[in-house]
Design a protein around this ligand. Structure first.
Ligand code: SAM
Length: 275
């Protein structure tokens, strides 16, 4: 099947697409987290997030493109106040239901907004989180500028993006010529939106006054990235021992900072500080 070369920066998903995902979104992620690979991936992400959070629990956190609040919820549970913004009213409704059920709704401000045009003042957040690819959904350049604009000086941003090389290999079956263009940086589209090479991702934020503290390799939007290399019966196991879990976490703690791993990871996770 040939995929159309739709746009220079990729197939941008609409608000309707995300609204239609509302019912299934959490179930897909919950299912994934029941496997060993999925659990390790989730735990690694949480570890990186916790390491970078402000010490002060009264800090203002923006979860941009935060959808159903998969990351907002645990942040609120450990005592932070969060502004959860997203373009999809459907996903925000799911977030509201979950927060209300757990008596946490008063700790979150929900805002239905486009990431490319944030209605927040300059320097108004101490911490900005943007995970799961919202940067790729639309005008990435404007989205990056907006996210940096609303972050205060000295505040941290944790943001991810689809890795160009991983996406190219996945697109090969569909359209080999597009895959070749992608690795040569002549085409940036993917089913998940704009893709990024390691250096272009770094430059996007350094060029906007962010000191890049680290870039990690992480899972892909529809799989585990490098964890896909594990034997299927291990990565898809539904039961595992504590020992296996902790050894796999140790392996990933090492690998996700290694340049050769990051180069082929499913997505790239940037940790930066505004200067
Ligand atoms: C894969 S989901 C990730 C959601 C959440 N951050 C997570 O990790 O579970 C991508 C999110 O980006 C949101 N999104 C897409 N385009 C957007 C835009 N232009 N402005 C704001 N949010 C957008 C979608 O509605 C969706 O919630």
């Amino acid at each position: 099947m040939k995929r159309r070369e739709t746009a220079k920066h990729g197939d941008v998903k609409s608000k309707k697409f995300w609204d239609d995902q509302a019912k299934a979104y959490d179930a897909i992620h919950d299912e994934f987290a029941k496997t060993l690979g999925g659990k390790v991936d989730e735990q690694m992400s949480w570890e990186i997030l916790k390491e970078n959070l402000p010490e002060d629990k009264s800090a203002k956190i923006l979860d941009a493109g935060g959808g159903t609040g998969r990351w907002t919820l645990p942040l609120v549970k450990i005592g932070y106040q969060v502004t959860l913004s997203d373009i999809s009213s459907g996903l925000l409704r799911v977030a509201k239901e979950k927060l209300s059920k757990q008596g946490l709704f008063d700790r979150v401000e929900l805002r239905e907004v486009n990431i490319t045009n944030l209605p927040f003042a300059d320097d108004s957040f101490d911490f900005v989180l943007c995970w799961g690819g919202p940067l790729s959904c639309g005008d990435s350049e404007r989205a990056a500028s907006e996210l940096v604009r609303v972050l205060r000086k000295g505040g941290r941003i944790l943001i991810d993006a689809i890795n160009r090389y991983y996406a190219a290999l996945h697109r090969f079956e569909d359209d080999p010529s597009i895959a070749v263009k992608m690795v040569k940086s002549e085409f940036n589209g993917s089913p998940w939106g704009r893709v990024f090479g390691l250096e272009e991702f770094r430059e996007m934020f350094e060029g906007r006054g962010i000191r890049v503290l680290a870039i990690y390799g992480r899972s892909s939007p529809d799989g585990l990235g490098v964890l896909d290399l594990l034997p299927k019966e291990i990565r898809e196991a539904k039961e595992w021992s504590n020992e296996t879990f902790s050894q796999l976490m140790n392996l990933m703690r090492y690998l996700n900072k290694d340049p050769s791993f990051i180069g082929i990871a499913g997505s790239l996770l940037l940790v930066g500080e505004k200067i």
